[in-house]
Design a protein around this ligand. Structure first.
Ligand SMILES: [Cu+2]
Length: 622
């Protein structure tokens, strides 16, 4: 059985034929679509040997050469224990440099594995020995930080068991490594994106879609997006047109299966090890209790679906009581494809695979218009604006907007507005909502480099941590939002921040250029400097219309969610929504140089990367 995109779209009911066929086969032959149980090969400490090389990898009946660790994709599960010392010898059999970064693991900076920042990298035929104590527990992962190797399979899961009792009770667990695989070499993918950033987007709005209504857009909205040379469906740069979405290295039709006994509490450790894919994860018929995010325990919160950005992890507890199968769905956020696996009491069982849902449209808020104080915008249709999830522009009274120039300005929340002359707003007329460039880079803050690397800024970026993520605004079930996350244990450092810092995530979509504050890494001359142990409030402003999962090495930061004092969630990676902003408080307690970057592999490669330097180093060196 082949689960192609068309089948996914109409919903593949795992048919009776399949079940019947499976009954005819002995258990040992039950692989592929009949339920593949492939427990991840597991290595434990204190001494671990890892060899990086090329291995064949097969999915969808096609084989290619992957870049693997110990010959498997994903790499072996590293099962370690808090309090132990681990020694990892990594041998490079490639003809190019490689590296391993231990994502989310707190360690001395020279063990962090980023070539050019923490160490020189691992040359061909060299072995590098990483050695560090494990001072935390939770779900993490590891991957290459060299070139685009990660996109070729160079990633694997890490579980660190707690030294003491685990506050999370469960009877069984499965690690779920979500990833994306393409038979197109990642360098070719990147080339295509540089020549034509919409290359992989086959879901663009169209004239026919406009006229038959299937685009769910008005002519006005269409023109507005057109004038910004944007398509409201540019959601993922690379998507299901080239990617097969994997769960534990298996495509949807291979149906990786995790077993359970009815009534058991099953802990699922979900890791997004993708190069370029954000997923919405759900298990139809089974509520999920989120207990851990990025390796840090959170107060249990029950949900039906969560979005997991690149490099994030979530642990959930599920308790299936029926003797039946459940489908695990990891749907790409642009609905161009999905990963699929099964939870079942026995191998070979399947459940219905839900169809891919309708492609979502980006909204005003994704344009960076979300931070306007709607209540004060005279003449605007507040309801439509506030609920701008679906085609809010249609609900705006453009005439009134133009008429309200002066007054509306005063009522609009935001520093970004202050830099804008009233003239711009006054110049807004009907049709002018688009004609006025609401995303004019000239409105950028003074310390931002406004060159070719910036094609727009967010006029009124909103804190979107409490909003349902893209495409999930209207689903008829519960959806996890960042503000649901509350640290289980009190955070260690509860000092108020002594200084603030704003960092803009910038880009030029037409040229596939990405950077911080208008500069790509090769143009950045200064690292971001922190004093050792200082507490800093950092606000990330996403001036682009794409999501950026921003990751800081060597630290966890406290997301400013407005949650219970001392219990705001700690994260190593946070997804900054398009046109949105995220504020976190950071205690710079790890001396050294650390990578700070977008975890969309190709955004990082194209320049959205910088070094964070925490000084003085221990021993007084500065
Ligand atoms: Cu990015």
């Amino acid at each position: 059985m082949k689960l192609d995109r068309r089948m996914l779209l109409r919903g593949a009911t795992a048919g009776a034929g399949l079940a019947a066929l499976q009954g005819l086969m002995p258990a040992w032959a039950q692989t592929g679509s009949l339920g593949l149980r492939a427990d991840l090969p597991t290595l434990t400490g204190p001494n671990v040997d890892l060899t990086i090389g090329h291995s064949p990898f097969t999915v969808n009946g096609r084989t290619a050469t992957a870049t693997t660790i110990n010959g498997v994709l994903p790499a072996p599960l590293l099962r370690l224990r808090e309090g132990q010392n681990v020694r990892l010898s990594v041998t490079n059999t490639l003809d190019e440099d490689t590296s391993i970064h231990w994502h989310g693991i707190l360690l001395p900076f020279h063990m962090d594995g980023v070539p050019g920042v923490s160490f020189p990298g691992i040359r061909p035929r060299e072995t590098f020995v990483y050695e560090f104590p494990l001072i935390q527990s939770g779900t993490f992962w590891y991957h290459s930080h060299s070139g685009l190797q990660e996109a070729l399979g160079h990633y694997g899961p890490i579980v660190v068991d707690p030294a003491g009792a685990d506050p999370v009770a469960y009877d069984r667990e499965h690690v779920l490594v979500l990833s994306d695989w393409s038979f197109m070499n990642p360098h070719e993918i990147l080339d295509k994106l540089k020549k034509s950033p919409g290359y992989f987007n086959r879901q663009r709005t169209s004239l026919s879609g406009l006229f038959d209504g299937s685009d769910r857009f008005s002519l006005e909205e269409r023109r507005m997006w057109g004038e910004m040379r944007m398509d409201p469906r540019d959601i993922l740069d690379v998507n299901g047109t080239t990617y097969t979405y994997l769960i534990n290295g298996h495509g949807p039709q291979e149906n990786w299966t995790g077993l359970f006994r009815p009534g058991e509490r099953v802990r699922l450790r979900v890791i997004n090890a993708s190069a370029m894919s954000i997923f919405n994860v759900r298990i139809p018929g089974l509520p999920m209790t989120v207990v851990n995010a990025d390796g840090e325990n959170v107060r249990p919160v029950e949900t039906d679906e969560f979005q997991i950005s690149v490099a994030e992890t979530y642990d959930v507890i599920v308790r299936p009581t029926e003797d039946r199968a459940y489908t695990i769905v990891s749907e790409a956020i642009d609905r161009s494809g999905m990963g699929r696996a099964t939870l079942a009491p026995r191998l070979g069982m399947t459940a219905e695979v839900p169809p891919l849902r309708e492609v979502p449209n980006l909204t005003m808020r994704d344009m960076g218009m979300g931070g306007m104080d709607h209540g004060n915008m005279a003449g605007m249709d507040h309801g439509a604006m506030g609920g701008s999830q679906n085609g809010a522009m249609a609900g705006m009274d453009h005439g009134a907007m133009a008429g309200s120039a002066g007054g509306a300005m005063a009522g609009m929340d935001h520093g970004a507005m202050a830099t804008q002359s009233g003239g711009a707003m006054a110049g807004m007329d009907h049709g002018g909502m688009a004609g006025m460039n609401m995303r004019d880079p000239n409105n950028a803050p003074p310390d931002m480099a406004v060159g070719v690397g910036v094609d727009s800024i967010a006029m009124a970026p909103a804190n979107r941590l409490g909003e349902r993520p893209l495409g999930l605004q209207d689903v008829p079930h519960r959806v996890l939002v960042y503000t649901d996350l509350v640290s289980l244990a009190p955070n260690k450092d509860q000092r108020p921040p002594s200084r603030t810092m704003e960092i803009h995530l910038t880009g030029n979509m037409e040229r596939f250029m990405w950077g911080f504050d208008g500069r790509k890494f090769s143009e950045i001359v200064e690292p971001i400097r922190f004093e050792l142990n200082e507490r800093v409030r950092v606000t990330l402003v996403n001036d682009t219309m794409m999501a950026h999962p921003i990751h800081l090495h060597g630290h966890f930061f406290e997301l400013v969610t407005g949650g219970p004092v001392g219990h705001q969630p700690l994260k190593h990676t946070v997804n900054v929504a398009p046109g949105g902003k995220v504020t976190f408080d950071l205690t710079a307690d790890a001396p050294g140089d650390w990578a700070f970057h977008c975890h969309m592999l190709m955004h990082m490669h194209a320049g959205m990367f910088n070094v964070v330097t925490v000084r003085p180093l221990e021993g007084g060196a500065s």
